[in-house]
Design a protein around this ligand. Structure first.
Ligand code: G4P
Length: 190
């Protein structure tokens, strides 16, 4: 997506060889027009996949996911990050480890918002190690539903997530793919 790549080059900053800061349009301040356009791309790519619901992971996935859901006329569900297990039995939970943050959380979905007939599109802001996406996949498949695909805003292709999800057979579509980060360097996959 050319407009996204332009924003990344103009406003993004590589904090290290692994972390890209994009607070001005995605992670802190949000650019609604850009989010809407992301929705048009996800709709175009996934509209023939028979999707029934869009799932995202709180919090930065919510804006692009809701814009996509609006354009595809589908419900959107936010998977919550709880700090501890909920033992009431009315939720699905799975533990996700974040390598970037060095901590674990319980990704949580109410049983009310998924059925075995669902075919889910998972949307998230960053794909790094793929742990969050894989956690979402475990919740969906654990509920007996299907994963139709995974839509990512910014994929760091030099980290293991993309390859791992490809090898597991998931249909991953990323709007920007970064090949390399470094001091004054943001390089996209050609
Ligand atoms: P993974 O799911 O692919 O394994 O990634 P990881 O756990 O390592 O990422 C943890 C958090 O850090 C996620 O945000 C993810 O979006 C974010 N993240 C990973 N790499 C980058 C990066 O290069 N730049 C930025 N800005 N964020 C990155 P989160 O905890 O879910 O936060 P949020 O959605 O509430 O913003």
């Amino acid at each position: 997506m050319e407009k996204l790549k332009k924003c990344i080059l103009e406003e993004g900053r590589a904090l290290s060889e692994t972390v890209l800061k994009v607070d001005s349009f995605l992670n802190h301040q949000v650019d609604p027009d850009l989010m809407y356009e992301m929705g048009t791309y996800f709709k175009k790519y996934f509209e023939k996949h028979g999707i029934t619901k869009i799932f995202t992971i709180e919090s930065s996935g919510i804006a692009p996911a809701v814009m996509t859901a609006m354009q595809m006329n589908l419900p959107m569900v936010t998977l919550k990050k709880q700090t501890s297990k909920i033992l009431t039995g009315d939720v699905y939970q799975t533990t996700v480890h974040s390598f970037t943050k060095g901590s674990d959380y319980e990704l949580t979905l109410s049983k009310k918002y998924i059925t075995e007939e669902d075919n889910i599109l998972v949307i998230d802001d960053f794909l790094a190690n793929g742990e969050a996406a894989l956690g979402a996949v475990r919740l969906v498949e654990g509920a007996g539903a299907k994963v139709a695909g995974i839509g990512i805003i910014i994929e760091k292709s030099f980290q293991p997530g993309r390859k791992m999800l490809d090898e597991k057979g998931y249909d991953v579509y990323s709007l920007a793919r970064i090949n390399k980060l470094g001091k004054d360097l943001i390089e996209f996959v050609k």
